[in-house]
Design a protein around this ligand. Structure first.
Ligand SMILES: NC(=O)c1ccc[n+]([C@@H]2O[C@H](COP(=O)([O-])OP(=O)(O)OC[C@H]3O[C@@H](n4cnc5c(N)ncnc54)[C@H](O)[C@@H]3O)[C@@H](O)[C@H]2O)c1
Ligand SMILES: [Zn+2]
Ligand SMILES: [Zn+2]
Length: 367
C-alpha cells in the first residue's frame, strides 16, 4: 500500500478555501482508507470556515460522508476492502468511562475536537507540510484515512448520498428525538431551524409519532421542505404573531423544542416556547465564545429542562445500520433531504448558499 495523491478542499486560516492536491498516507494499524463517494456540506464545516470555531491550522473540512473501503491496516478486524461504510466523526475509544458506560457520544478518548486521528497523527500532507482532517474526518476529499471505529458498515443497497446524511445530520436529528429526548407518540414538538439537522429532526419526530410538529425558520423554502418531510405546521421565525401562531398549532403547548441553529436568541426563544416541565434540546452549536443569558428563575420555577445533544446521543455502530434499514424499508423519507448533488469545487459555492439558507442540503458526489 502506498500513499495517494488526492483532490481535497482545504481551509487555510490565511488563504481561505480552495481545492488542493494532497498526499494521503496508507492506513496503518487499525485504520482504514475509504474512497469517499458522497460528502454532505454541514453547518459545522461552515463554523470552521467562518471562524466561529477558530483554528490556526490548515484543515480539510467535511465530516458527513459515505464511501467504500479501499485498503485496511494490518490490525483491522471487522472491515474488508469493498465494504460500504458511513463515516462517524466521533468514534469511540472503548476505554474511557463514557464508552464503558455505553455513552459513546460522550467519549473523551478520541481526538476529534483536536482534528487528529486517535493516535494524534494526521494522514494528510502537502509538500511535506502536515494538513489536518476537520474533526478527525476531512471528508470533502476523494479519500480519507480513519480508524476502523469511524467507518460503519452499511448495506450495499444504501445510496451513498443517503449514507452521507446518516453520517451527521440524520444521526443527529433523528437521534435527538429518539435517543436524547425520547419523544413519545402524541407529544407536541417544534423545531427551530430547518436546515439539514432540523429537517432530519422533523423526520425523527414523524417516526416517533409526535403531534403536532411545528417547523420554525426564516426561509420560506425551508418551511416548505419541512412540510414535505412531515411538519404539520410551518411558522416564520420572525412573524410578529409567532406566539399566537404556535398556540393555534399546538393548543396544549410544546413538550419539546429542538433548537437546530446554534444562536443565542433562538435558544432563548426555545426556552420561552417550551411548556413547564418540557425540554429544549440543543442540537445547534454556537460559536465557541457565545454565552447564553438565561431566565434561570423561570427555568427552575417551571421545571423546564435544557438537554445538550452531541451527535444525537448516537452509537454509530448500532444507529447507522438501523437508520439505513429504516430508510430502505421506506420509514424514513430521506431522499427529499438531498437538496443538490455537486462537485468538490462546487462546495465553495454551497457554503455561500448555506450562509443565506438557499436550497436544501448540498452533497458532493465523487466518481
Ligand atoms: N449537536 C451536534 O452533534 C450537531 C451535529 C451536526 C450539526 N450541528 C449543528 O447544528 C446546526 C445546524 O446545522 P445545519 O447543517 O442544519 O445548518 P443549516 O445552515 O443547514 O440550517 C440552519 C437553519 O437555521 C435557519 N435560521 C437561521 N437563523 C434563524 C432564526 N433566527 N430563526 C429561525 N431559523 C433560523 C436557517 O434559515 C437555516 O434553515 C449548526 O450549528 C451545526 O454546527 C450539531
Ligand atoms: Zn471513549
Ligand atoms: Zn455535521
Amino acid at each position: 500500500m502506498t500513499s495517494l495523491s488526492i483532490q481535497a478542499l482545504v481551509h487555510s486560516p490565511t488563504d481561505g478555501l480552495a481545492v488542493h492536491e494532497l498526499d494521503l498516507r496508507a492506513p496503518r494499524g487499525s485504520e482504514v482508507r475509504v474512497k469517499v463517494m458522497a460528502s454532505g456540506v454541514c453547518h459545522s464545516d461552515l463554523h470552521l470556515i467562518d471562524g466561529d470555531w477558530p483554528s490556526g491550522e490548515r484543515l480539510v473540512p467535511g465530516h458527513e460522508a459515505a464511501g467504500v473501503v479501499e485498503s485496511v491496516g494490518e490490525g483491522v478486524a471487522d472491515l474488508a476492502v469493498g465494504d460500504h461504510v458511513v463515516l462517524s466523526w466521533f468514534p469511540p475509544c472503548h476505554r474511557c468511562a463514557a464508552c464503558k458506560r455505553g455513552e459513546q457520544w460522550l467519549c473523551t478518548g478520541n481526538m476529534c475536537n483536536e482534528h487528529r486521528l486517535p493516535d494524534g497523527s494526521t494522514a494528510l500532507s502537502q509538500d511535506g507540510a502536515e494538513v489536518y482532517p476537520f474533526i478527525g474526518v476531512g471528508a470533502l476529499a476523494e479519500y480519507v484515512v480513519v480508524p476502523e471505529t469511524a467507518a460503519v458498515k452499511v448495506p450495499d443497497a444504501l445510496p451513498f448520498t443517503i449514507g452521507a446524511l446518516i453520517g451527521c445530520s440524520v444521526a443527529t436529528g433523528v437521534g435527538a428525538v429518539l435517543n436524547t429526548a425520547q419523544v413519545r407518540p402524541g407529544q407536541a414538538a417544534a423545531v427551530i431551524g430547518c436546515g439539514g439537522v432540523g429537517q432530519a429532526t422533523i423526520a425523527g419526530l414523524v417516526l416517533a409519532g409526535a403531534h403536532p410538529i411545528v417547523a420554525i425558520d426564516l426561509a420560506a423554502d425551508r418551511l416548505e421542505l419541512a412540510r414535505a418531510v412531515g411538519a404539520t405546521h410551518a411558522v416564520a421565525g420572525n412573524a410578529p404573531d409567532l406566539a399566537a401562531q404556535i398556540a393555534a398549532a399546538a393548543p396544549d403547548g410544546l413538550d419539546y423544542v429542538f433548537e437546530a441553529i446554534g444562536r443565542v436568541e433562538t435558544i432563548n426563544q426555545a426556552l420561552d416556547l417550551v411548556n413547564p416541565g418540557g425540554a429544549v434540546v440543543l442540537e445547534g452549536l454556537t460559536s465557541l465564545d457565545a454565552r447564553v443569558p438565561l431566565d434561570a428563575y423561570t427555568l427552575a420555577a417551571e421545571g423546564k429542562r435544557l438537554l445538550g445533544c452531541n451527535y444525537g446521543s448516537s452509537i454509530a455502530s448500532r444507529d447507522f445500520p438501523a437508520l439505513a434499514e429504516r430508510y430502505l424499508a421506506g420509514d424514513l423519507p430521506l431522499d427529499v433531504l438531498v437538496g443538490s448533488e455537486i462537485s468538490l469545487a462546487g462546495a465553495i459555492d454551497a457554503f455561500e448558499d448555506m450562509r443565506h439558507a438557499r436550497g436544501g442540503r448540498a452533497v458532493v458526489v465523487f466518481d
